[in-house]
Design a protein around this ligand. Structure first.
Ligand SMILES: Cc1ncc(COP(=O)(O)O)c(C=O)c1O
Length: 193
């Protein structure tokens, strides 16, 4: 099965080396929505509980609903900063039994537009790791998530490919050429500056 264009592969390899990314791989999808559905199908079973924060992205909520993941716990956001309530998340991850399978955080938030500061993201990541919950970080409107690629732990790649193979087989070639153009632009930009 053709995963993505060879030219994309070689740029990704270079970016991974430059950014010292290990134990992870990349899947090129037909947009962020498809990346999200791929992950839900791979990671969740019907009946699992999952976490999102209000205001959440409607399609992601629907992806859970449509796959039988109906126990969707919605965390609040700070009314002024619109940052997720991480204290609530800590409590949920420590006290719920079974613990939520997956936590979805969107940065910058859509529709809030709020940027989550790095220490807060780190805390969310640590809490999920300690509890054994998957953290799915959606980065909208970026090269990495919107219509181009999602970065995944190595161990998940084979399972995600099964989902990919059953839906679009591979992202559209025209979309991949656009991705290639964007990746080259990023590379040229970083070489210049
Ligand atoms: C959080 C989130 N998920 C999914 C999408 C949909 O992205 P795409 O059009 O690449 O499927 C968006 C679009 O902005 C988004 O913000």
């Amino acid at each position: 099965m053709i995963d993505f264009l060879l030219e994309i592969g070689s740029i990704l390899l270079q970016l991974r080396t430059e950014n010292k990314l290990t134990k992870s791989s990349v899947m090129v999808t037909s947009g962020a929505n498809q990346a999200f559905v791929n992950l839900v199908l791979t990671l969740c079973d019907a009946g699992d509980s999952v976490v999102m924060f209000a205001p959440y992205y409607f399609n992601s909520y629907m992806s859970f609903q449509m796959t039988g993941v109906t126990d969707i716990l919605i965390g609040a956001s700070n009314p002024e900063t619109l940052h997720p309530d991480v204290d609530w998340l800590e409590k949920v991850l420590q006290e719920n039994n079974p613990i939520p399978k997956l936590v979805n955080v969107v940065n910058p938030g859509n529709p809030s537009g709020a940027f989550i500061p790095k220490p807060m993201l780190q805390r969310i990541s640590d809490l999920c790791r300690d509890a054994g919950a998957w953290l799915v970080l959606t980065i909208p409107m970026s090269l990495w998530n919107d219509g181009v690629a999602c970065r995944i732990p190595d161990g998940l790649h084979a399972q995600l490919l099964k989902v990919q193979d059953n839906i679009p087989i591979c992202a559209s070639i025209i979309g991949q050429h656009l991705a290639l153009y964007s990746l080259e632009a990023v590379q040229n930009g970083s070489e210049k500056g």
